[in-house]
Write a protein that binds this ligand. Sequence first.
Ligand SMILES: Cc1ncc(COP(=O)(O)O)c(C=O)c1O
Length: 387
Amino acid sequence: MPQGVEHQQLYLDNAATSFPKPEAVYQAMDAFARTSLANPGRAGHKMALASERILDDARHLLNQLFHGKDPERFVFTLNCTDALNMAFKGVLTEGDHVITTDLEHNSVSRPLRAMELAGRISLTRIPSDSGGTIDPDAILKAITRETQLIALTHASNVLGTIQPILEVGRIAREHDLLFLVDAAQTAGVVPIDIQSMYIDLLAFPGHKSLLGPTGTGVLYAGPRARIQPWREGGTGGDSSSETQPCDLPYSLEGGTPNVLGVAGLAAGIRYVQERGMQAIHEHEVDLIERLWRRLDELPGYQVFGHRDRSRRVATLSLKSEMLSAAEVGGILDQSFDIAVRPGLHCAPYIHRALGTFPDGTVRVSPGPFSTTEDIDRLATALAEIAL
Ligand SMILES: Cc1ncc(COP(=O)(O)O)c(C=O)c1O
């Protein structure tokens, strides 16, 4: 339980945002807010420079963690949705063809669909197999002369299934296409190597497995992607130019950035580095496997997605044969004080494919601080609900 809190709901909704954060994140934000929370600026006073340094340090940490080309290519955004919109609206032009999948979150599906409906782009949506994995060969076959971009989630936020991004990245590079990876469910818990995985655009939130606060997200803009800014304004640097500067990250960061959030994000990244991404992943997947074993013995529940722990993150979707997902979620919340996420999880296409549309499923997502006792408490509650 976070320090200073008397009652805390059992939180198993880390796929939405992680909670609690490591103690170091709260401390870093508190200390920064009390001493240096000035508007960052390269040519400013000491406090402005201290604030700018927070952003620089975080970019270096990100570049190290994800093996980018250089720290300046990491652009701070509001969240993953903001980063994805910045990428799609900044790189796609009239007549482009985009390949995407039925696993995507609405933050990918909706901007692309809106551009398709406006007649600006054409779109191919590749279905996943029954276990929730995309076949790279299906992507290869969908490439046309107009294809400009492949947009793929690294892991499904409904099923937790990890996608073969290295294979898809290789296909994209061989065909001179841009490759965008939505790492909302993997950044901080599954290793990502931008360069060796042929990633041109990497969008991720700071507030999920990187353990930063809400209001943080990042877009990595690789050298093969030319991104037109869609938000122009002050950058804290050269004010004499009439138009937005062209250099990254400032070209895409108009306005005062969430430097307080980034101070927390940097502490979250350091926590992940110290505990180790693999150790966190193992811990979380162990918990999911424990829950799955309990569900194996419980009649009345169906679990979705493949069970190969080496190809999944700690997100599990289940469905009661008797009650709707909303009812199970509501009972867990109201009667057992357990927070899970029922519904469509902003991913309607995969729910249609699973046959769980429009009711959806109950999504359980433990985090780095969840325990075996938490999982046992959930399993006992599910058993009582099934009676
Ligand atoms: C796969 C995926 N993409 C994108 C997003 C959007 O992230 P954010 O809430 O940071 O905008 C989410 C959020 O759950 C997600 O799971």
